[in-house]
Design a protein around this ligand. Structure first.
Ligand code: UD1
Length: 368
């Protein structure tokens, strides 16, 4: 019976691994073992997703926690290697490690596995922003170059991997597993009371998220973004669930009072998956620096103004609903007006973002 070590660590991993675990349930000869590194540990960034997405409790929890990149990656490597070695010594070696996305846990698990000769499958392979200032770009490059099964969500990923010299027999275009979760949950989200609770009307508010170090770790950049959000909130109410990284920067830079004082902005704690989907799926526009949200907005056909200079998910711009506005207030304002007056370009959902990516992934894993 093939044993798969399925690695999750941070918030965006959970919605990607959930459908893969559900698809494994259809293959009684597979033995998936869920390992949670604990990169994210707050209830709102972790436990809530396990409950809402019906992810089984982790078989192994490593409790790594936060730290600088070096500290966190070092601890991840040590503990993941121990876990893999213990399973080998206990006579139950893993046949394959399955990693998703591009967080530090993804890269560390890959590195620990290949040194122990365990093959790695990477879900969401091949995405490139070509911006090496992003920690995720380093994680993506290392993970892809060491994985032997590259499971790709969009065509650009196939092209990038080929350009990097990956042979075709390692690459599979399987579609977007995050959309599996979205399609499974969107009806349930529509029944949530959060819009009422917040006094919002369907289709007449903006959802904002921001947590990228490039946007929130520099005081002047963050100040500029806040100014933009305050401007936006004069035309549309803004709902802003604040990531812990952003919260701590807003506090330390002394920028929180200005944001709290803006009448049109509702600051919230990070939300669970269902409430957040309830908000995004019924919003007028999404303003974000999240990669996953660019994809979700594309599937939801909600305009997405992306506060980044580049994207590793170009299909969300070429076919979807996302437009890159960087941190330029004028550009954001221009696109926001287009959304409000109905001239914003309508996107469509790319091929293979059909709710069945996890089935295709598990079929590939079982035959690899
Ligand atoms: C990580 C991922 C990023 C992903 C994001 C989603 C990397 C390099 N980055 O960034 O790709 O988009 O998750 O959230 O892996 N903290 C808490 N509670 C937690 C976890 C973190 O308060 O449960 C705080 C800590 O102060 C920590 C900070 O958030 O230092 C940043 O956490 P970290 O995991 O280092 O990176 P994220 O910014 O969350």
């Amino acid at each position: 019976m093939p044993r798969f070590a399925c690695i999750v660590g941070a918030r965006p991993n959970f919605m990607k691994m959930a459908p893969i675990l559900h698809a494994f349930a259809e293959h009684p000869t597979a033995e998936p073992v869920l390992i949670h590194t604990g990169q994210h540990y707050d209830r709102n960034l972790s436990d809530v997703f396990f409950e809402e997405l019906e992810i089984p409790r982790p078989d192994v929890s490593l409790g790594i926690g936060s730290g600088s990149h070096g500290e966190q990656t070092g601890r991840l490597l040590i503990e993941l290697e121990k876990t893999f070695v213990e399973s080998q010594e206990g006579g139950k070696p893993f046949d394959r490690v399955v990693v998703v996305g591009d967080v530090n846990s993804t890269m560390a698990a890959t590195l620990a596995a290949v040194k122990l000769q365990i093959p790695v499958a990477h879900v969401e392979a091949g995405l490139r922003s070509y911006d090496r200032r992003m920690p995720e770009e380093a994680n993506r490059i290392v993970t892809d170059s060491l994985s032997d099964l590259l499971l790709v969500s969009e065509e650009s990923g196939v092209e990038n991997l080929r350009r990097e010299g990956q042979p075709d027999d390692r690459i599979r275009l399987v579609g977007n597993v995050m959309i599996d979760t979205l399609l499974r949950q969107v009806r349930r989200a529509a029944g949530q009371s959060i819009l009422n609770d917040l006094g919002l009307q369907q289709g007449s508010y903006a959802v904002v998220t921001s947590h990228r170090p490039s946007n929130v770790d520099d005081k002047e950049t963050l100040r500029g973004l806040i100014q933009v959000l305050i401007d936006v909130s004069r035309s549309l109410p803004v709902v802003f669930p604040v990531h812990p990284r952003t919260q701590s920067r807003l506090e330390s830079f002394g920028l929180l009072p200005e944001l709290q004082a803006a009448e049109g902005i509702k600051l919230l704690e990070p939300l669970g998956y269902i409430d957040f989907l309830a908000l995004t799926s019924q919003s007028r526009v999404i303003v974000t620096d999240s990669g996953g949200l660019q994809e979700e907005s594309t599937a939801l056909e909600i305009p997405c103004l992306t506060m980044r200079e580049n994207t590793e998910r170009p299909i969300t711009v070429s076919e979807g609903t996302s437009v890159l506005v960087g941190s330029d207030p004028q550009l954001l304002d221009q696109h926001l007006r287009a959304v409000l007056d109905g001239t914003y370009k309508q996107g469509r959902c790319p091929k293979l973002w059909d709710g069945k990516a996890a089935e295709r992934i598990v079929t590939e894993l079982m035959s690899a």
